[in-house]
Ligand binder design. Structure first.
Ligand SMILES: [Fe+2]
Length: 353
């Protein structure tokens, strides 16, 4: 065999090999792109039509499919705990900072880095390790019977313990997380002793033994059982927009007062989301929360349940704007979770049922 012939044969042999290798590599690279569906698995406590609309919008914009598991917050957390490392959950959405902190403490969430989330969500409305982020905001306000109470008579949560409100205050039970978070904020600001004195003063001024939810307190004010109640703002929105005329009447019968405006500001709470500890689709989970914090999504999200947007660039809805601007307590919300146990004990000691 001549040298030339030999060289030709050798080069053909290597070309064949390299073609084969290329083909192999090609197949290897393409397979995952073709077969893997991009998705994000969302465990959520919220059940609003607007949330569904937003999830559909996210799917349209990103091509990432949103799979939703709907249940109560504690059930979702229990599910994530028992699923452990095998959990398909990518995102947990729940209500109240107290619960978000609980989820973090149980090791169900992981901290993530996102300049978008840092920009869209103020620091006091997210976890210090970025394990959760607030998406909507509500204020725990004082509502008063318009026909019996002048708003000038109101000032702070602390002032509700004065003698002038004896047998006039309506507020739900201490087993409720909204009250626990309110007391946790007082503990954070003033310490346990003062918080206990406040809780005792509130118990002394209650118009009845606590029962019912926030809406029931408003109805009882309008029904004359007491003069003032402490409730979350969105319940007034719900009452005013109810199909039941009695509920509309209850909403219309009360005025909204934002307490502690000359001091620390009105206590707020949030609904929020965190990336699950074992999220199989972590990048999609971050994209999903970033989307929910965006200007466009916040406009929808915040009107779903008469809540305030967390993104400072987004204005509140017309109804909420009509209640007036207010100064909010900027205590880091993580403190509400940290002080939750102390709050529960303090309520017990104060005899708040
Ligand atoms: Fe609620």
């Amino acid at each position: 065999m001549s040298i030339t012939k030999y060289l030709v044969l050798v080069s053909v042999f290597f070309m064949a090999i390299s073609c084969k290798t290329d083909k192999k590599t090609e197949v290897k690279e393409e397979a995952p792109v073709v077969t893997k569906t991009q998705e994000v698995n969302v465990y959520t406590h919220r059940h609003y039509a607007a949330d569904q609309e937003l999830f559909a919008q996210f799917e349209k914009e990103t091509g990432i499919k949103v799979n939703v598991v709907n249940a109560k917050a504690d059930e979702l957390m229990q599910k994530m705990t028992s699923e452990g490392e095998q959990s398909p959950a990518d995102v947990l959405i729940t209500v109240d900072a107290g619960r978000l902190v609980r989820a973090k403490d149980k090791g169900l969430l992981q901290g993530v880095t996102s300049t978008t989330l840092d920009k869209n969500i103020p620091a006091h409305l997210r976890d210090t390790d970025n394990a959760w982020f607030a998406l909507t905001k509500r204020a725990r306000v004082i509502v008063y019977a318009k026909d019996r109470v002048k708003p000038e008579a109101l000032s702070t949560y602390e002032e509700l313990t004065s003698d002038k409100w004896k047998k006039k205050i309506l507020i739900r039970s201490s087993s409720n997380i909204y009250n626990q978070s309110l007391l946790a904020s007082i503990i954070a600001h003033d310490g346990v002793e003062k918080a206990k004195a406040w809780a005792e003063g509130m118990v002394a001024n209650m118009a009845r033994t606590p029962k019912g939810n926030d809406r029931d307190q408003v109805k009882a004010v309008v029904g004359g059982e007491g003069d003032i109640a402490v409730v979350n703002t969105y319940y007034i929105g719900k009452l005013l927009n109810s199909k039941n005329p009695e509920e509309v009447k209850a909403g219309e019968g009360v005025g909204i007062f934002f307490p502690n405006q000359d001091g620390r500001g009105t206590h707020i709470n949030v609904s929020g989301a965190g990336v699950a500890k074992y999220a199989p689709n972590k990048e999609n989970a971050i994209k999903f929360i970033e989307f929910l914090s965006s200007k466009a999504a916040q406009e929808v999200f915040a009107t779903a349940n008469y809540e305030y947007p967390v993104n400072p660039e987004v204005k509140a809805s017309e109804l909420l704007t009509s209640w007036g601007a207010f100064k909010e307590d900027v205590l880091p919300l993580a403190k509400l979770g940290e002080n939750n146990k102390k709050a529960v004990i303090t309520f017990d000691e104060a005899g708040w049922q």
